[in-house]
Design a protein around this ligand. Structure first.
Ligand SMILES: Cc1ncc(COP(=O)(O)O)c(C=O)c1O
Length: 297
């Protein structure tokens, strides 16, 4: 795998220094109105860059060369306070693993960076579309041709007919779809059942929604769904069960029996099923069974 192909943001050097603040951390009421919009935007971008630089830098960054040479120390930086609901979350596992891979010169299996280029026909289609004027706001839930193509593909894959205009929403990646689903459907205090280990954005987004997370562990060697534990965990407070099949990181594929058990539990208890099937095409020795398919049988 070609480490040099990594986005530069992942290759933050250990000696990274951070830009000084351009606006107070806690502006007084009305302070924002004193900044022009581009200035505020610039400050926010710089603050966000600083947060991401801090998040990807090691805990104890070495002192700058100037400080080591006895020059005046830069003013003490106050760390930006993360919102309370997100305090327990650290940098994503992808950034952590990529940093470790770079540090140790290891092959990075933590994040799906292909060491080959994207297909020419896709790049050419994108360039053609941009040059043809498709470079402004698109329809929020997807351009009609794309929604129709997704619905057709979904019918072919899952046997389910979905309305491309009412039941398909295009997002920037699965993480945004997960966030939109959770933030749109979960109220503070709602219980959501997850199967651990799980993609780390699930819990962070559920925290933003104020959900009460109940995690059930999938255990080796077969990572079977603990059916009785699941049944006992579902209560009148359960709003949703979230599944991921094929499962990252174990590779487990939920069986038809497990999916039917979960679907029946959902129906009986009026619980939503969130199915993250982002790896549906990475099924090699068994067929992927679409979660929603079992819902309809
Ligand atoms: C289970 C799972 N769902 C969703 C995603 C994120 O998908 P995307 O990159 O499209 O946001 C990942 C990424 O690793 C994942 O492991």
């Amino acid at each position: 795998m070609n480490l040099a192909a990594f986005p530069s943001s992942l290759a933050t050097p250990a000696t990274a220094t951070f830009p000084r603040h351009e606006m107070p951390l806690k502006p007084s009421p009305g302070a924002l109105s004193r900044f022009s919009l581009p200035a505020v935007r610039g400050s926010l971008v710089s603050s966000l860059r600083r947060i991401s630089a801090m998040a990807s830098a090691p805990a104890a960054a070495p002192a700058s060369a100037a400080a080591e040479n006895g020059a005046a120390k830069p003013a003490e930086q106050q760390p930006v306070q993360v919102a309370k609901r997100l305090e327990k979350f650290k940098t994503t596992i992808f950034t952590q693993m990529s940093m470790l891979a770079i540090k140790h010169g290891a092959i990075n299996l933590g994040q799906g960076f292909p060491n080959f280029d994207g297909p020419d026909f896709v790049k050419e289609a994108a360039i053609k579309a941009i040059n043809a004027g498709k470079n402004q706001y698109a329809r929020g839930y997807g351009v009609p041709e794309l929604n129709s193509a997704i619905a057709e593909r979904f019918l072919k894959d899952s046997g389910l007919q979905v309305n491309p205009e009412k039941e398909v929403t295009v997002t920037s990646g699965c993480t945004e779809a997960i966030a939109a689903t959770i933030l749109g459907l979960i109220n503070p205090g709602d219980e959501v059942i997850l199967f651990a280990p799980f993609y780390d954005s699930y819990e962070a987004t559920l925290s933003m929604a104020g959900a009460n997370v109940k995690a059930l562990t999938l255990r080796a060697p077969d990572f079977a769904v603990p059916l009785e534990e699941l049944k006992a965990t579902v209560s009148k407070n359960t709003k949703a069960i979230m599944i991921n099949t094929p499962h990252n990181p174990t590779g487990k594929m939920f069986t038809r029996e497990e999916l039917e058990f979960i679907a029946t539990l959902c129906k009986e208890n009026d619980v939503l099923l969130f199915a993250d099937e982002v790896y549906d095409k990475l099924a090699f020795e068994a067929d992927h069974i679409y979660g929603f398919y079992s819902w309809h049988v």
